[in-house]
Design a protein around this ligand. Sequence first.
Ligand code: ADP
Length: 303
Amino acid sequence: KVVVVGSYVVDLMSRTPHLPKPGETVLGGPFKMGPGGKGGNQATAAARCGSEVTFVTKLGGDVFGREALAHFQAENVNTEFIKVDPNQATGAALIAVDDNSENSIVVSLGACGTITEAEVMEAEEEIKCGDIVLLQLETSIEAVVTAVKLAKKYRVPVILNPAPYQEFPKEILRDVAFITPNETEAFELSGIEVKDEHSALAAAQKIHEMGVDTVIITLGSKGAFLYTGGEKGDLVPGFKVEAIDTTGAGDAFNGGFAHALSNGQSVREAMTFANAVAALSVTKIGTAPAMPNKQEVKTFLLH
Ligand code: ADP
């Protein structure tokens, strides 16, 4: 079982010929709405891969919160630990994408930004019987710290996807088995700009020294770099696909990686599986709705 503690936001997307300047109103093209947020996307990805998934988050008592619950129920995600706070709004991402695929995004975390220690503690039994705990930094840091503490108590390995990057107490890294920054987040953690395999190794060594056993830096279409100590690391190559929309690629990678690890695959096998899930996700528009299912991944890996 994979236990995801993280964010849910509704994605509200408009196409527009150009992004509005301050004070400007532009007439947009088609509008699309869908489930999103890093926690929700990763939970959806792992569930579609076939994992039993429990998602711990908080929604508002509004129409977006009700739609979110319906989404996770339809995806066979355990919603027992999704709180609803009637006094808050559900998180929302206001996304504008222009004709050059440039975007501008405002994310209001709403309810999921206020997950408390006590709310995560309610999921103690779930974490206890989990195979993997999957976390991001898109919630309150209190939620992340509590989840790490519980996972440590029951010796359940933690994957921390440090996205979007925000400051957090670095002591928790000693209790994180896997960290999965992208290039930007690896820079935030290490101070080393990641451009290629060589700089990825240097950044990974720095992050490893902070206490994480296994550092995995995702490198976009190139794949992901694995480092577990010593002089060298390994690039696990990505798959060539025609990318349509790369938003949510990191989420697909993390959801797929958590699924594969909890299924007993080796770290390297799990990274190849995660690269496949992520590659398939970039061939579709959207975040959670773009996640591939088990059969699609299986077929893709056979070719
Ligand atoms: P993020 O989405 O967080 O910025 P990356 O851009 O590093 O993260 O992408 C995460 C993973 O998604 C990569 O490790 C790779 O497996 C996959 N990926 C991203 N972009 C592409 C692409 N254009 N083609 C194939 N796979 C991709």
